[in-house]
Design a protein around this ligand. Structure first.
Ligand SMILES: Cc1cc2nc3c(=O)[nH]c(=O)nc-3n(C[C@H](O)[C@H](O)[C@H](O)COP(=O)(O)OP(=O)(O)OC[C@H]3O[C@@H](n4cnc5c(N)ncnc54)[C@H](O)[C@@H]3O)c2cc1C
Length: 453
């Protein structure tokens, strides 16, 4: 079935066929593309803009680790797409994209077939296990709200388990938390788990669990954590992690994780009942099979204008796009920052094409970066400027909170984070994932279904 026009359009059908723009995905790339399209096409009434996503919310991933460790309520970082676009001309279509037919210019969702004139692909990425899937059992990932609440519940349950356990080896295994992947997600999550375990859970379980029994390990396959950030920042972050007591294993190649035992190449096995995999992403499987020119990581190659190299009127933003950074000669990293900036360029270029104006080339040079490392501490670096400690942490949070799309949640989150500094975090289990009730060890792992969304 082909979709009918949005309600307000059907009341007053325009004489000419409207120009139909479909945006696939309402994550950082897709949501902001639709927001900018609505803004730049204000004077073009005969344009339909539809944004499609299988979730009815935009997920603010940079703060997902705070939800996984009880400091931010899930809804503060998940904002209803319908609400965001309620007073705009953007039509939110909530449903799974099943097929993208580029030659006939039709996208098939679980509800409708949607024809398009311009297509923006922003379907993001999924977790990459680099072929280790069959050797990883009962691990966690951090890509969705469900993952975050599963981690939060599991951390609490491991403390409960250790509380009643008399065997010292078993207690140690329950209280050993491993994060694999030394990128921003892994570093931030390891920092938050450390803080949550030592500051919050220890208070609740301190009668039978001591500080010395808790172990947080961060494993990175290369010789450096935070490779996408300036070297100075990554060295400072490493020093900070070690100072607060996180064991950082560099050049640590995970070979297997089964029955709660982590095996790193050339190292002694370690018993740990928690392993979170935060070691990389790969492009969405739907975009990976499209007959378009791709790079070695299956991302769609685009021109500087962010239009596909091999097809006109197909635009790509965010994690799906392979767009060369002219200063570095390699593709931009898959980050939210990149996606939001590209969204603006794509919207400008679609509007320019419609109004026959010159198009823009996407060029953005990352001059610094920042990362938070638990214990109300963050590191910021931009050109010659570096800031660390609680000031950096406040700035880190304010920058991110300011970017939340719904103003009300900006206020809630700011308030929540201020409370976090002075009061305790939540240590309550959340029943967001019913299967977790049945079997805590298979909530997000390979035991039952694929982790992630
Ligand atoms: C835990 C975590 C922390 C991060 N922290 C940071 C950070 O601090 N700073 C930073 O810059 N970047 C960070 N990132 C990376 C950042 O989230 C991504 O680079 C960014 O979201 C990419 O934007 P995107 O629009 O390409 O994809 P996404 O934001 O992932 O959006 C893709 C959308 O497509 C939808 N979708 C996918 N498949 C389908 C389908 N078949 N049908 C319908 N809808 C579909 C998804 O539901 C999703 O809403 C983090 C990522 C994670 C997971």
């Amino acid at each position: 079935m082909v979709e009918s026009p949005p309600k307000e359009m059907s009341r007053n059908p325009p004489a000419e066929r409207p120009h139909r723009i479909l945006v696939l995905g309402s994550g950082f790339g897709g949501l902001y593309t639709a927001v900018y399209l609505d803004r730049y096409l204000k004077k073009q009434p005969n344009v339909w803009i539809t944004v499609i996503d299988r979730r009815n919310y935009f997920l603010f991933t940079p703060m997902l680790h705070s939800t996984a460790t009880g400091s931010l309520e899930p809804r503060y970082i998940a904002h209803s797409v319908r609400k965001i676009f309620r007073r705009t001309r953007v039509h939110a279509h909530i449903g799974e994209v099943r097929n993208i037919d580029l030659s006939n210019k039709i996208v098939q969702t679980e509800h409708r077939s949607l024809p398009f004139d311009d297509l923006v692909i922003a379907l993001g990425s999924e977790t990459n296990f680099y072929g280790l899937e069959s050797r990883l059992e009962n691990i966690f990932t951090l890509k969705s709200l469900k993952d975050a609440s599963a981690i939060n519940n599991h951390l609490i349950r491991m403390f409960e388990k250790a509380y009643w356990e008399d065997d010292p080896e078993n207690r140690r295994a329950a209280l050993t938390f491993v994060v694999v992947g030394g990128g921003p997600t892994g570093v931030e999550l390891a920092g938050e788990i450390h803080e949550y375990a030592h500051r919050e859970l220890l208070r609740d379980f301190g009668r039978r669990i001591s500080r010395e029994e808790i172990r947080v390990i961060l494993v990175e396959a290369t010789g450096r954590i935070l490779p996408s950030l300036p070297e100075k920042l990554s060295l400072e972050a490493l020093a900070r992690l070690r100072k607060i007591g996180i064991e950082v294993i560099l050049e640590g190649r995970l070979e297997e994780y089964r029955k709660g035992v982590m095996c790193l190449r050339g190292k002694e096995p370690v018993r740990a009942e928690t392993l979170v995999w935060a070691a990389g992403v790969r492009t969405n499987p739907l975009t990976a099979v499209l007959p378009l020119e791709k790079d070695s990581q299956n991302r769609i190659r685009v021109k500087g204008t962010l239009e596909c190299l091999s097809m006109e009127h197909i635009w790509v933003v965010g994690d799906n796009a392979s767009c060369l950074n002219p200063w570095e000669g390699r593709p931009y990293p898959p980050t939210a920052q990149t996606a939001v900036r590209q969204a603006r360029t794509v919207a400008q270029n679609i509007a320019a094409r419609l109004t026959k104006r010159p198009e823009k080339i996407f060029a953005h040079n990352h001059v610094g970066g920042f990362v938070s490392i638990g214990d109300n501490y963050a590191l910021l670096s931009a050109k010659q400027f570096t800031l660390s400690g609680i000031l950096g942490w406040f700035l880190w949070n304010l920058v991110y909170i300011h970017k939340l799309p719904i103003v009300r949640y900006r206020l809630f989150s700011t308030f929540g984070l201020f409370l976090k500094v002075f009061f305790e975090r939540a240590t309550t289990e959340i029943d967001l994932c019913p299967e977790y009730e049945e079997s805590p060890r298979t909530a997000s792992g390979f035991g039952e279904g694929h982790p992630g969304d």
